[in-house]
Ligand binder design. Structure first.
Ligand SMILES: *Cc1c(COP(=O)(O)O)cnc(C)c1O
Length: 456
């Protein structure tokens, strides 16, 4: 059997409909090598990794610094139990993450390590829960989230989100309250006519999204434990981007009422939007902060739940209460070494300067999509570009769901050397941060060509 045949016989893929598998003509890319922004399949064809291997590979594949860090670590140590012992790389990483989250003026954070985005969210939710249970506010049992938010696929992470992927599992979830997100392009409060510009900048509204949030906070009062949000960009919803100022308003409203808020920066964190964190862009400091995907630059699974020291104080030894939660691979030393190297590359190789220049190039390239009549919205933040396809631009009418327009465009883009995945009707580019301006131009051109070919 070939690797592909064996795969079709024995493997089960996440979030992958089996339709292409049932079609014997459908060729699954079998990837065997990666370097920088490129991947190669077993036949030697080269592709741009247009979604950074599901948003993880921030510095591109096999960055020499990360490879060296992992190699050196393997020669020293493989794994250490984190239940009651420690190692130097975890403590150094936790200190660095606290500095990244706090900047010059923020609070001190303590890190709880786990393995994936979903586990970072589970830990955050359980920390908040246990905190209120043991600190005299056990009635705080309700979580707020945004409509179409996505925080991972474990049962707890599904419960504090509201994603179309999870409808089937509704009865398994504990209840939470979902609020309308500040996603201007499809916001019902936005009275601006559809145009050819960023809907966030051209919006006409009175910040009704903030009013609705305030009303919900008042309505549920002291039953509220925490609000979860993907700051600035709701990734899995289809790269819904929030207007400047929403996060600051949310921070103020939650803080006035003693409701914690949890920033899910599993996607936006670690440089994706052109700064360390989305929260830093609005100068806010969440109570808890979740990181995963880009944290090790794609080397190994590792996640971090950062918690303000005040919350940790609610678990202090004099209270005699451990956090009753953990995983066997917590703070794996190879992952911690990869994460330290990932952070060092940002600091030592001028990554932020380069991506702020290149993000402007990406923004300029992206304007070309407006020429296509089926493009309803083009939105971009840092190294994230989303192009939303519509049946009609004038009234933002969506395609019938069986049309699979964006899926077909991405399949076609593969023949032009670009691998990327759509989200619903949204074409998405999430390039590795090491991509040069030529790489960015190549990726945009491959996607644009595929768009015209599939939707002439
Ligand atoms: C991917 C993602 C998650 C889940 O992370 P996993 O590592 O896939 O469990 C959670 N939140 C956001 C915002 C994500 O993009």
């Amino acid at each position: 059997m070939t690797p592909e045949e064996r795969d079709k016989a024995f493997v089960w893929h996440p979030f992958t409909p089996d339709r292409p598998w049932r079609d014997p003509e459908y060729r699954l890319p079998v990837i065997v090598r990666g370097e920088g922004p490129y991947l190669w399949d077993e036949e030697g064809r080269r592709y741009w990794d247009g979604n950074s291997s599901i948003w993880t590979v921030v510095h591109g594949h096999r960055h020499p610094r990360l490879v060296a860090a992992v190699r050196e670590q393997i020669d020293r140590i493989d794994h250490v139990s984190f239940l009651g012992s420690t190692h130097p790389w975890a403590s150094e990483l936790a200190e660095k993450l606290s500095a990244i989250a706090a900047g010059e003026m923020g609070p001190r954070y303590r890190t709880f390590f786990s393995d994936d985005g979903a586990t970072a969210i589970e830990a955050a939710v359980k920390i908040v829960w246990q905190y209120f249970q043991q600190n005299g506010q056990p009635q705080r049992d309700l979580f707020l989230c945004l409509t179409e938010s996505y925080h991972g696929d474990t049962v707890g992470a599904m419960s504090v989100a509201q994603s179309r992927f999870h409808r089937l599992f509704g009865p398994l979830r504990f209840p939470s309250v979902a609020l309308p997100p500040p996603a201007c392009y499809r916001c019902p409060f936005n009275r601006a006519a559809a145009g050819r510009g960023d809907a966030r900048l051209d919006r006409r509204c009175s910040w009704e999204c903030v009013r609705v949030l305030e009303e919900a906070l008042d309505r549920h009062g002291d039953r509220l434990a925490a609000l979860l949000i993907e700051p600035k960009v709701q990734a899995a919803a289809g790269m819904w981007m929030h207007p400047e100022g929403y996060l600051r308003a949310l921070d103020r409203l939650c803080r006035e009422r003693g409701v914690f808020w949890i920033a899910d920066e599993v996607f936006t964190g670690i440089g994706r939007l052109g700064s360390w964190l989305a929260c830093r862009r609005e100068g806010v400091f969440p109570d808890l902060l979740c990181l995963a995907k880009g944290l090790t630059g794609g080397m190994t699974p590792l996640a971090a739940t950062l918690v303000r020291d005040e919350i940790y104080a609610g678990f202090a030894p004099d209270k005699g209460r451990a956090f009753l939660h953990g995983h066997s691979y917590t703070a794996n030393p190879i992952g911690c070494a990869a994460a330290l190297a990932t952070l060092a590359v940002f600091e030592e190789e001028g990554v932020f300067e380069r991506i702020s220049r290149n993000a402007e190039v990406l923004d300029a390239l992206a304007r070309r999509f407006w020429r296509h009549p089926r493009v309803g919205d083009v939105r971009q933040e840092g190294f994230v570009l989303a192009v939303e396809l519509v049946e009609r631009r004038e009234d933002r009418a969506s395609f019938p769901s069986d049309r699979e327009a964006a899926f077909r465009v991405c399949e076609r883009a593969r023949t032009h050397g670009l691998l990327t995945r759509p989200i619903g009707d949204v074409l998405v580019l999430v390039p590795p941060l090491c991509s040069s301006t030529d790489d960015l131009a190549g990726m945009v051109e491959a996607l644009e060509r595929a768009l015209w070919e599939e939707l002439p």
